[in-house]
Design a protein around this ligand. Structure first.
Ligand code: BYC
Length: 336
């Protein structure tokens, strides 16, 4: 009896605590939602719902992985750039992508996840990175087309992220976008030189690269809105400001005009200005191909992941040396 009485009291006390906690929790959620509605930035030390935190860790780390894996297709051409000027530009661009990866990993780490955990998710194949980087770079024209279309799509997707509700991500993206803008311009410029001053073979090479990269570039924006599992919640939280389909449409509208300036044909017989909608109509996207690539079965998925795992393994001695150095410094400082 005595024990039961104690239990009853304990249960009641626990119930009260839970009721208080849940009221607190509700108040915190309401305050959080109000800050989102007011367009305030949420900072790393602020209270946030667990689902918001997880959504950000997922998106920011996938973005960081995309930047790092995205160095590989272009890195493939650094030693074969046609001129010193193009080589210097490409080197700078690839280094920028590395830098973007680092700012983004740092932004994700503010959410309480470690760099090692994030990299382990990439290396074990659990984490996603952008589908676009699972296609091969077969010719020099691919480098121009990546700048024009892939970086162009990245800018279209990322400019709205400068207003993302999570402060550290939004601030990292401001700098990323400035650099992406140079990347897009250099790609367009390289293609323009080939189209206006190149041989018929070089112009054909540009067209072939456009034919191969156009549809995968449209897939970068993610599945159609109706199939975007995270879209609605991320819009509610001010993480995504513009939907996948709206961004894709803006990208098609912008690049259709740029293609005319370049003198290339976009490989879509259904691409046509629709005066009624005030947008270009375009043909159906092969979503089976998208999901195949996202699921690990694109042309280069195995190669890309193997390259990242090898880089991590080969870099083990650098990490060990840095840790040993830091430990020695700490011992010296303690002794001093
Ligand atoms: N590839 O519900 P959804 C660069 C996944 S780097 C692979 O719409 P969300 C550059 C999605 O993760 C460019 N997976 O998702 C670098 C989700 O799966 P999980 C990278 C994709 O997050 C070097 C599922 O499909 N940019 O520009 O609301 C050189 C359902 O999708 C893709 C960023 O990362 C894809 N394309 O919207 C040159 C930007 N699309 O996670 C250039 C930041 C979707 O449930 N990210 N999935 O397993 C975003 O803006 C959003 O995360 C997305 C997707 C628009 C990509």
């Amino acid at each position: 009896m005595y024990t039961q009485a104690m239990d009853t009291m304990a249960r009641e006390a626990k119930g009260q605590v839970q009721a208080v906690k849940s009221a607190e929790e509700q108040a915190r959620e309401a305050a959080f939602e109000a800050r989102i509605d007011a367009g305030e930035f949420i900072e790393a030390k602020d209270w946030m719902p667990e689902h918001y935190r997880k959504t950000l860790v997922r998106q920011i780390s996938q973005h960081a992985h995309s930047e790092i894996v995205g160095m590989l297709p272009e890195g493939n051409w650094v030693t074969r750039a046609p001129t010193l000027k193009r080589k210097a530009i490409l080197l700078a661009k690839v280094q920028d992508e590395g830098g973007h990866g680092l700012y983004l990993y740092a932004a994700a780490e503010t959410l309480g996840v470690s760099r090692d955990e994030l990299l382990d998710a990439l290396h074990s194949g659990r984490a996603k990175y952008s589908s676009i980087f699972n296609y091969p770079t077969l010719t020099w024209a691919d480098i121009g087309v990546i700048g024009w279309l892939v970086d162009g799509a990245a800018i279209m997707n990322q400019v709205p992220l400068c207003r993302c509700s999570f402060g550290p991500y939004a601030r990292a993206i401001v700098r990323v976008c400035k650099e992406e803008s140079f990347h897009q311009r250099q790609g367009f410029d390289a293609l323009n030189v080939m189209m206006t001053q190149g041989t018929p073979e070089q112009r054909a090479m540009v067209q072939d690269a456009v034919d191969r990269w156009w549809w995968p570039s449209l897939m970068m924006f993610g599945p159609p809105d109706g199939e975007s599992v995270h879209g609605a919640q991320s819009a509610r939280w001010g993480i995504k400001r513009i939907s996948n389909d709206e961004l894709r449409q803006k990208f098609v509208d912008a690049t259709a005009e740029q293609a005319k300036v370049l003198g290339v044909t976009l490989p879509d017989p259904l691409l046509k200005w629709n005066a009624g909608r005030g947008h270009h109509d375009f043909g159906p996207i092969d979503w089976d191909e998208f999901w195949r690539v996202v699921g690990g079965h694109g042309p280069c998925n195995t190669e890309r992941l193997a390259a990242r795992v090898k880089a991590w393994d080969d870099g083990a001695w650098v990490r060990d040396a840095a840790l040993a150095y830091a430990a020695r410094q700490a011992t010296r400082e303690q002794a001093a």
